[in-house]
Structures are given as structure tokens and as C-alpha cells.
Design a protein around this ligand. Structure first.
Ligand code: IVH
Length: 673
């Protein structure tokens, strides 16, 4: 929090604004594009810092803050659909006493009765509402803000093969069936292993990946999701009297349903069922983080009613996160692509929620100080739905007598790591650009899949190139010769020639890849594409003033300033000049050969929704072949919006701005395909 001291209000106002903008941007990237530009730890640190400032200055807190917006998943690009019946959330408790208070409140509404409950597992997934009409699946919509959500029908159909399109047997005319999308641990691991091989950032946990997958605009990309259904929304005609009857019907229709639920008379029996669930839940196919206790009888539910946010007839009892005690052997640091220096705990391996844990994140310097974590301490580690465990607290009674507080700055100095604390933030960044760890990360990023995508230049090779002193920055890659590579481990004539050829081929890759590869803070693949679509060349981006940069859709004041600062840095300018001297492509190619006009020369097209036959990539390729450019957002400068099914707010914006809207047929006719 602002260097660990109490910030001035004006300083806090500025910082809160900046944090909200940055976090919103990363959320957008994560949820809409399924990508990450910063590491999880950095993201968490930003959120924690914002929550801290908002707590300190409540007058600056806002309902629109990302710390408050937990209950709204609506994103741009999806059509909005109103739920027939509102999707509410649940009150949560971790305490048995509060659970009993819930029952006591109901007891006051319905005196002298041992109320009938159902106890269900609480699935840690992503809520979704399915509508079946005449027994046919017609729509799948996210919870959104509870009143309306995003139409994700196409992604649900593609991504959830276990979901039947047609209900077996008799079904009501119209029914909303609610449930949870989730991803199996096996599928999550498969995707992360693949990403690791491609050197892409890893997803933090199955829940976030499920949320990201269902919100991808271009389909689910081969990721497999599952669904479990447990809730009734609108239903015509209304035929069910109880939740248990509804569960039986869900099963009868052939839909995936809860593996187990219990009927209980009164809260004592319900509590016994919760304890039973706790012993069984690790064998379920989905992550279960608690139990949901509901009044079984729909008539009683209606009578009990709801508050503004949640029903009075149900409560979620959450199981405490998995914890274990172990020895913190040493504290070390991890260095991220952007040079962020993050402390990591090396632990004596311990079993935790079915896996062996030997490392845990310590987040940042302040976190270590706040919890007074020291090497040699016995610590409690926790896994709370997250894959990366955390150090929760120190068991001080077990602290060795000679223990000393851990001094982060002194530790870095001792290790010879030249870093500085980023002003106004809780984390440290490497100072020297000569640190081999940072050089390795920078080159691996430059060569990685989302950047210049240089084949066979994985981390192990980068490691050798840097250790052997062959490469100090990305421009050095282009001076490598076959003879330089031959002495390296696992390199022979053919593999050396292949790598040199792959590096050479990267000279001709799209300009946005180079812009992304430079590693400008806050500029990811999408921003790089937007910048190149707007300025057409790297030198033009380098010259642009912040006001001009802000003209680009999706680039705000912070990112604009970050680009400016980057290109004012002598060392970066030197690198870019050397890359240019190496013949890398820095300008978009002229639209057509021989100056010949093609159908979309100079035109900007925005894609939205699902096209009948073309994938997003195919449509983009056709647009570019016809001399046009694509952009991710609609503005007055957009020439056409190419819209398919489930097109959302981009279509509305196009209508508002009077931009021409075309469908796939019109598009094909236009480009003569
Ligand atoms: S009932 C009005 N039952 O937990 C009742 N919800 O924290 C609303 N959830 O939004 C939901 N398992 O996404 C219900 N067995 C279960 C559930 C469940 C998971 C989710 C659901 C809800 C959230 C509330």
C-alpha cells in the first residue's frame, strides 16, 4: 500500500483510479480473451492494494469498483438475455452457529415444525441458466447481474458434450434449469501442460479457466467443460412441489445432476448430512467448497421469501479451506517477465487436498512483514480453491529461539539481486537489465508463441544462449550463426540450421507480434494489434504522443503513458534500432500488390458473434487478403461490422454510430469469395 505509509487523500484518489483502470483491463483480457498479461501474484497484489485503499478511504469506494463487482459477469461481445426469473445468490457462512441461526429464523416464520430440508453439495463452478422449450435446449445464459446475463449458447453447445439437446420423456413447455459449469481436474491439467510446453502463462484454477472458456468470443477452442444441474427457475406449467421432486425429474430427463444430495428433517439432521458430505466430496467429479441447505418444499420457500440479494429459504455452509502445518525451509524469490521479484516459500513437502505441496506464494514484502514470516518457522499453508497454496500464518509457539525477522531488501542485496520497490506498489522489480534471469525471461517472451513465435526456441535453449553469453537481448538472436549453436547441448548441424532459419523467418512476421514482443508494460497481444491497426508501423507508434495513443480504442491514459515512457528510455530505443537494423518487419505491408485496389483496401472491419461457416481466424484472413484490417472495437472509424449469431453490444454500438452492418453472405459477395 503506497510504500507502506499512510497515503494522502489526493494521492489515494489518483492511485485508486489507476488501480481500477489497470485491474479492469486485466479482467477484460482474462475473461474476454482468456489471456493473461501479468502474473497472478501481481494481479492479486493490485487487487489487495485497491481493497486496502478503499477500506482506508471509504468515501472513495464505489459500487463500480472491481472489488465490489463480484456479482456481475456480463461482458461485451455477448447478447444480453433477461432471465425469466431472477438468479439470486446465497448467503454464506463458515459457522455451525450461523447455520443454526438460519434455521431458527425459519422456525420463527414456521413455528412448531421440524422443517424438511435438502442438503446439496455446493459446486465451485460458474453458474448458468438453461432454457428448454418443448423439451429442446434453446438457450444458455450466464448469471450476469442476476436479472440479465450473457448468451453463451454456442459455447455451451460446443464445450459441454455431456449436455443433451433434448430432454427425455415429458417436459414442461418452458423451463429454466440452473446449474454450474465446471472443468474436471484432468482437463485442467491437460490444458495447463499444453500451455507450459508452449510457454504460455498458466491458468490459476479450474474455476477461472471455466469462466474464461465460456466467455471466449471465438468458441471454446477444444476445451471440454462439464455441467451439473440443481436449480429450478421459471417453469410453465409449474408441476413440481419440492426440490427433491425436481432433482428426480432432472435425472429422468437425462441431464447431468448432483452425484448425491440428502433429505433431512430439521437442522440437526441437516448438519449430520453436511458432515457426511465433507467426508465424501473429494471423490466427486467437481470441486465442492461447501453445502447448500434449502427448504425442500417450494410452497414454504415462496412463503419465506427473499431479501434484495438472496433467498431466506437457503444458505451456503462453506467448508474451511484445506490447511496443513509444515516447515518453511527457506524464502527465495521468483522473477517474472516484467522483472517483478516475488517471494516464494520453500516448504518441507506436505500433503494438502490430495497433492504434495513444496512451494507457496508469499505475495510481496508487506505480506511477509504483516504475517512476520521467517525461514525456519512452522507455518500453516492453505489451499482455498486455488492451485497455488498460500502461507496463512506462522505457528509462533514453534519458532526457533534464534529466529530473526526476514528483511526482504537485505535478502535481495545478499543474493546480489538489484531490485527496487515500485513506487506506490507493494512489489519489487529488477533494476539492472543485466540480470541473467530477466534477460532469459525477456528473450523467452520475445520468442514465445504470442509474440514472434520462433520455433524451437524454448526456455531450455534460451537458458543456454544466455548462460553461454551468446545472447544478451532479443536483437542478438538475429546475429546467431549455425557454428555458434553447434557447441550447445542437444544441438547438431540440422537442429542448428533449423533454429537459425526459424529466427530468420520471424523477421517477416506481423508487426503486432514485434510490438507485443518488445515487452512494453501493459501492452499485450490485443493492444499490440489495436496499435498496429491504428498506426500501421512501429516507428509511428514510437513517435505517437499520449493523446494520439489514446485515440486507439482500448488504450486508456495509463497504457498510453506506459508506451510513451517505454519509448523514451534510451536502452529500449537502442534495442528497437538494432532490431530494425536486423531487418525485422516494422510496417504493415501495402494492402495489395502493384497498387491495385482490392475490395476492402483501407477499410476497417469489426467481427462480432458467430458466423455461419467462417471461424474468426478465417474471416480475419479473408479481410486481410482483401486489403482490409480488423479491429476489436467499434468506433466512428469502423467501416463495417461483420455480424453473426449472438452478436452483442458491438452490434448495438454499430447501429448507434450508423456503421454498416453486414452478414457473412454480404461479406462474401463483397470480397468475391
Ligand atoms: S442454489 C437462490 N445450489 O453458489 C438459490 N447454488 O453462492 C441459488 N451453487 O449462485 C442457488 N452449488 O452459482 C445453489 N447446490 C447448489 C449450488 C449453488 C453451487 C452456486 C450458485 C450460486 C452460488 C451462491
Amino acid at each position: 500500500m503506497l510504500g507502506g505509509r499512510m497515503p494522502e487523500k489526493s494521492e489515494a484518489t489518483r492511485r485508486i483510479q489507476e488501480l481500477r483502470e489497470t485491474i479492469a483491463r486485466h479482467d477484460e483480457l482474462y475473461y474476454r480473451q482468456g489471456t493473461l498479461e501479468i502474473e497472478d501474484q501481481e494481479y492479486d497484489a493490485l487487487k489487495r492494494e485497491l481493497a486496502g485503499l478503499e477500506a482506508e478511504f471509504p468515501e472513495l469506494a464505489s459500487e463500480a469498483s472491481p472489488t465490489k463487482r463480484v456479482g456481475d459477469d456480463r461482458t461485451e461481445g455477448f447478447a444480453k438475455v433477461k432471465h425469466r426469473e431472477r438468479m439470486m445468490s446465497l448467503d454464506n457462512t463458515y459457522s455451525e452457529a450461523e447455520l443454526r441461526e438460519f434455521a431458527a429464523r425459519l422456525g420463527r416464520i414456521f413455528p412448531d415444525r421440524n422443517l424438511p430440508y435438502v442438503v446439496e453439495p455446493k459446486i465451485d463452478g460458474v453458474a448458468v441458466c438453461l432454457t428448454y422449450e418443448g423439451g429442446q435446449l434453446v438457450r444458455a445464459v450466464t448469471r450476469g447481474n442476476g436479472v440479465e446475463g450473457d448468451d453463451v449458447t454456442a459455447n455451451v453447445r460446443e464445450g459441454v458434450p455431456a449436455l443433451p439437446d433434448t430432454l427425455k420423456g415429458d417436459a414442461p413447455e418452458v423451463i429454466e434449469i440452473r446449474g454450474e459449469l465446471y472443468m474436471t481436474r484432468a482437463e485442467f491439467l491437460r490444458i495447463n501442460t499444453e500451455r507450459e510446453e508452449k510457454q504460455l502463462p498458466l491458468f490459476a484454477n479450474p474455476r477461472n479457466l471455466t469462466a474464461g472458456t465460456i466467455k471466449q468470443l471465438a468458441g471454446v477452442g477444444g476445451r471440454r467443460l462439464e455441467i451439473v444441474l440443481y436449480g429450478l427457475g421459471a417453469c410453465q406449467p409449474r408441476t413440481f412441489k419440492t426440490q427433491s421432486e425436481f432433482h428426480a425429474a432432472v435425472k429422468g430427463w437425462g441431464l447431468p445432476t448432483l452425484e448425491k444430495y440428502w433429505s433431512a428433517q430439521g437442522i440437526d439432521e441437516a448438519w449430520a448430512c453436511i458432515e457426511k458430505l465433507d467426508t465424501l466430496r473429494h471423490d466427486f467429479a467437481y470441486e465442492t467448497d461447501g453445502a447448500v441447505v434449502k427448504l425442500d418444499d417450494f410452497a414454504l420457500q415462496a412463503e419465506a421469501g427473499a431479501t434484495a440479494k438472496s433467498p431466506r429459504w437457503a444458505i451456503a455452509y462453506k467448508f474451511a479451506a484445506e490447511q496443513a502445518e509444515t516447515l518453511l525451509e527457506k524464502i527465495d524469490v521468483q522473477i517474472g517477465r516484467t522483472g517483478a521479484v516475488t517471494p516464494v516459500a520453500h516448504l518441507k513437502p506436505v500433503q494438502l487436498a490430495g497433492t504434495t505441496v513444496s512451494r507457496a506464494t508469499l505475495h510481496n514484502e508487506d505480506e511477509i512483514a504483516r504475517k512476520d514470516i521467517r525461514p525456519g518457522d512452522t507455518v500453516v499453508v492453505q489451499k482455498a480453491g486455488e492451485i497455488i497454496p498460500q502461507v496463512l500464518r506462522v505457528v509462533t509457539e514453534k519458532r526457533p529461539a534464534d529466529s530473526q525477522p526476514f528483511e526482504f531488501a537485505a535478502f535481495l542485496q545478499e543474493k546480489g539481486i538489484e531490485a527496487e520497490r515500485v513506487p506506490g506498489q507493494a512489489f519489487w522489480r529488477l533494476k539492472g537489465r543485466d540480470d541473467p534471469a530477466l534477460i532469459r525471461r525477456r528473450i523467452a517472451h520475445f520468442a514465445g508463441k504470442p509474440c514472434l513465435d520462433i520455433e524451437n526456441l524454448g526456455e531450455a535453449v534460451v537458458d543456454q544462449l544466455v548462460t553461454q553469453g551468446l545472447v544478451r537481448d532479443p536483437a542478438d538472436l538475429f546475429t546467431l550463426k549455425v557454428e555458434d549453436l553447434l557447441p550447445l547441448e542437444k544441438f547438431a548441424q540440422k537442429s542448428s540450421e533449423n533454429l537459425v532459419a526459424a529466427i530468420d523467418a520471424s523477421r517477416r512476421k506481423e508487426v503486432w507480434r514485434l510490438v507485443h514482443a518488445l515487452g512494453i508494460p501493459n501492452v499485450g497481444a490485443q493492444s499490440a494489434k489495436d496499435l498496429v491497426a491504428h498506426f500501421h508501423s512501429l516507428p509511428a507508434i514510437m513517435r505517437a504522443q499520449p493523446e494520439e495513443l489514446e485515440q486507439v480504442d482500448g488504450i486508456g491514459a495509463i497504457v498510453a503513458q506506459s508506451i510513451r515512457t517505454f519509448f523514451e528510455d534510451e536502452a529500449q530505443l537502442d534495442l528497437v534500432e538494432r532490431l530494425i537494423a536486423q531487418g525485422l518487419r516494422i510496417e504493415e505491408e501495402p494492402p495489395a500488390a502493384g497498387g491495385e485496389e482490392t475490395p476492402l483496401t483501407g477499410k476497417t472491419v469489426v467481427l462480432t458473434g458467430t458466423l455461419p461457416t467462417l471461424s474468426r481466424d478465417e474471416a480475419t484472413a479473408l479481410i486481410e487478403k482483401a486489403g482490409g484490417k480488423t479491429s476489436s472495437s467499434v468506433s466512428k472509424k469502423t467501416d463495417y461490422v461483420l455480424a453473426g449469431d449472438s452478436a452483442g453490444s458491438k452490434l448495438d454500438k454499430a447501429r448507434k454510430l450508423g456503421v454498416s452492418i453486414i452478414d457473412e453472405d454480404a461479406f462474401r459477395a463483397m470480397i468475391g469469395e
